[in-house]
Design a binder for this molecule. Structure first.
Ligand SMILES: Nc1ncnc2c1ncn2[C@@H]1O[C@H](COP(=O)(O)OP(=O)(O)OP(=O)(O)O)[C@@H](O)[C@H]1O
Ligand SMILES: [Mg+2]
Length: 292
């Protein structure tokens, strides 16, 4: 595989001498039942365009993490198909899929295993064949991005939960996959941690990568994502941009899945300002039309 130093884009088709391309994702009538019979996904069809920023929300147990685990081949549909770059995940080599899709787990302790922070972050890119200065550069850039640059020699289990979560994120970032999936990235983070995660999402989006995040943090979702998918009991029940999904008309559907619209949306609605899913939208709606 061709690689470039620093924050260069080196994925997918570059190996074949084509312009780098971010793959699409498609779920086609996906159903999934765990071995104990729990039906976690029911007829989920979804297309995620290259470079899209998509948030998946829904009550506990609605199937979000199960869906995420289908995108990197950790789980295979009971029926239906998952396509990455137009190819059925079931037919893709694990190594190729790992180079395309990076998943930061909801529970970092299911992901972390190394005895040293730097070794943890090195593992993924090493498996992709990255070595030398490129590897060192990726590890330090990923640790820098999550604010763990001064912890390279630490044992991951000496870090608190929120930092282990950031470390799990760094280990996925270092793989520089064109598709990034973050399962509950802001859980346990203070305001500074949330800003770091917002920056990670913005940077990945600026590079044209696809970012899918699962989250219970509706403000983070409304501010950082252009599309929101709402799940309930294994199904997609709403799918649209934040100003539609968080508009007052959608609230009964949101409440049925125990979701509270973002504060800005609720304030805008009470003031009769229409749909204001973000603080910026609320401020803009409050300003007189001719003000700048
Ligand atoms: N390994 C498993 N074996 C059996 N059932 C499971 C397993 N993992 C999850 N489930 C069940 O599948 C359903 C979907 O779970 P999933 O973890 O995908 O939901 P989620 O939306 O990610 O929830 P949360 O918001 O709590 O993270 C739930 O009923 C859950 O109890
Ligand atoms: Mg989950």
């Amino acid at each position: 595989m061709t690689t470039t130093a620093g924050r260069g884009v080196d994925w997918a088709a570059s190996a074949a001498g084509l312009a780098p391309a971010v793959p699409s994702i498609e779920l086609d009538a996906v159903c999934f039942a765990y071995p104990d019979g729990t039906r976690a996904l029911r007829d989920v069809s979804l297309r995620v365009a290259p470079g899209e920023r998509l948030a998946i929300v829904g009550q506990n147990g609605s199937g979000k993490s199960t869906l995420a685990r289908h995108l990197n081949g950790l789980l295979r549909p009971t029926s239906g198909r998952v396509l990455v770059a137009g190819v059925d995940v079931a037919a893709q080599h694990v190594a190729r899929l790992a180079a395309l899709v990076g998943l930061a787990f909801q529970n970092p302790d299911r992901q972390l295993f190394a005895g040293r922070v730097s070794a943890e972050v090195e593992f993924g890119p090493r498996n992709l064949g990255i070595r030398g200065a490129e590897l060192t550069g990726r590890v330090s850039a990923a640790l820098e991005a999550v604010g763990l640059a001064d912890q390279a020699a630490t044992n991951p289990y000496d870090l608190g939960y929120s930092r282990r979560k950031l470390l799990a994120l760094a280990s996925v970032l270092a793989m520089r996959t064109p598709i990034l999936i973050l399962d509950e990235p802001t859980t346990g983070q203070d305001a500074r941690g949330v800003v770091r995660i917002r920056d990670v999402v913005a940077d990945a989006a600026a590079e044209g990568r696809t970012v899918i995040a699962i989250s219970h943090d509706m403000t983070f979702v409304a501010e950082c994502f252009q599309r929101v998918v709402v799940m309930r009991a294994g199904r997609v029940v709403l799918d649209g941009p934040p100003d539609i999904v968080f508009a007052e008309q959608a609230w009964p559907e949101l409440r049925a899945t125990y979701l509270e619209p973002p504060l800005a949306a609720r304030v805008g609605s009470r003031l009769g300002l229409g749909s204001t899913p973000t603080e910026a939208a609320l401020v803009a709606a409050l300003k007189p039309a001719n003000a700048t």
